[in-house]
Write a protein that binds this ligand. Structure first.
Ligand code: NAP
Length: 242
């Protein structure tokens, strides 16, 4: 049986992605860090509409937690493997660089970049060994493409994800594992709820924030059989904003 793991699946984009993949008939493992209530809400949304899902708590930035949680899952599922990995967990700790603390810098890099590394490295061998291969989708950002003042930490992490996506895609292409990144613009979620929406909306050609479900539809496509020849790409989804 092929499973999907969505990191940061409890809320926002990750929740919508979990629901989308489950609707495609894939059993989904919903990872979260601390918001068990929100994670249970995602689980309920999936199971109540006939999908299959389970919860898995761990901090993606902790190598020990990642390896322990995934190791336990593998022991309990000897005939299954995680064929779809969506590295979605991310945080923002915005500040201008001259005032940025060590903590703000490292926390953002630890979750978005090191988290991607720990989870992906752990799952890659199994994915590459299987005939049916796998799909990896990494959540980057418009910020990682264009740069945004007040987000040097976030932009560094999200740009790095694009570079790593291109490199890893070349390592895994021969094994039927595609690796792509998605770069959303402003999407409605907890991460963006305190932003000056009216002001920002004026800068977006489509004059609105995107919806998590719209990003989830793109991730769903990148996880489908139809996207088998797309790898190493970063697909923007931003209402025309560059
Ligand atoms: P969100 O609503 O703030 O949700 C963040 C999710 O990440 C939650 O599920 C949270 O789990 C999880 N998470 C945070 N730190 C974690 C850790 N150390 N280990 C495991 N899970 C962790 O964010 P979002 O807006 O949906 O963003 C999702 C992704 O899209 C992020 O990578 C973000 O950078 C990216 N993105 C967002 C936007 C946007 O406009 N919203 C734009 C571009 C890119 P808990 O619920 O347990 O806290």
């Amino acid at each position: 049986m092929k499973y999907a793991l969505v990191t940061g699946g409890s809320r926002g984009i990750g929740r919508a992605v979990s629901i989308r993949l489950a609707a495609m008939g894939i059993p989904v493992i919903i990872n979260y860090q601390s918001n068990g209530k929100a994670a249970a809400g995602t689980l309920e949304a999936i199971t109540s509409s006939g999908g299959s899902a389970s919860l898995m708590q761990f901090d993606v930035s902790s190598k020990e937690q990642v390896e322990s949680a995934l190791g336990q899952w593998e022991q309990a599922h000897p005939d299954d493997y995680i064929a779809y990995l969506v590295n979605n967990a991310g945080i923002g700790r915005d500040n201008v660089m001259f005032m940025m603390s060590d903590e703000q810098w490292h926390d953002v890099l630890d979750v978005s970049l090191n988290g991607f590394f720990y989870v992906t490295r752990y799952l890659l061998p199994k994915m590459m060994m299987r005939k049916h291969g796998g799909r990896i989708v990494n959540m980057s950002s418009l910020s990682g493409l264009k740069g945004l003042a007040g987000q040097t930490n976030y932009c560094a992490a999200k740009s790095a994800i694009i570079g790593a996506t291109r490199a890893l895609a070349q390592e895994t292409a021969g094994r039927n594992v595609t690796v792509n990144a998605v770069a959303p613009g402003f999407i409605e979620s907890d991460m963006t709820k305190d932003l000056p929406v009216e002001e920002l909306t004026k800068m977006i050609p489509m004059k609105r924030f995107g919806k998590p479900e719209e990003v989830a539809a793109l991730v769903g496509f990148l996880c489908s059989d139809e996207s088998a020849y797309i790898t190493g790409q970063t697909i923007s989804i931003n209402g025309g904003m560059f």
